[in-house]
Design a protein around this ligand. Structure first.
Ligand SMILES: [Zn+2]
Length: 73
């Protein structure tokens, strides 16, 4: 793999990063790409927000909620 990665590869790494630890080489490539690409920087941030939100929802499972937000579809 080259030092410069495509946006597609950056997206993939950004999502894999949330599931596993990237190697230093991978992290370096991702960081380098993010420093040059605004679109992927946004994508990366949204990914993390999404994951955090999903984690929060799943950790809230079984806990009685004061609202019925989950009933909405
Ligand atoms: Zn990009």
């Amino acid at each position: 793999m080259r030092l410069l990665i495509t946006c597609k590869q950056a997206h993939q790494m950004a999502s894999e990063k949330l599931d596993r630890d990237l190697s230093i080489a991978e992290r370096t490539r991702l960081k380098l790409h993010l420093s040059m690409c605004r679109g992927c920087t946004n994508f990366n941030g949204q990914m993390q927000l999404l994951r955090m939100a999903m984690r929060k929802i799943s950790s809230d499972d079984g806990v009685p909620a004061s609202t019925s937000d989950k009933e909405q579809s």
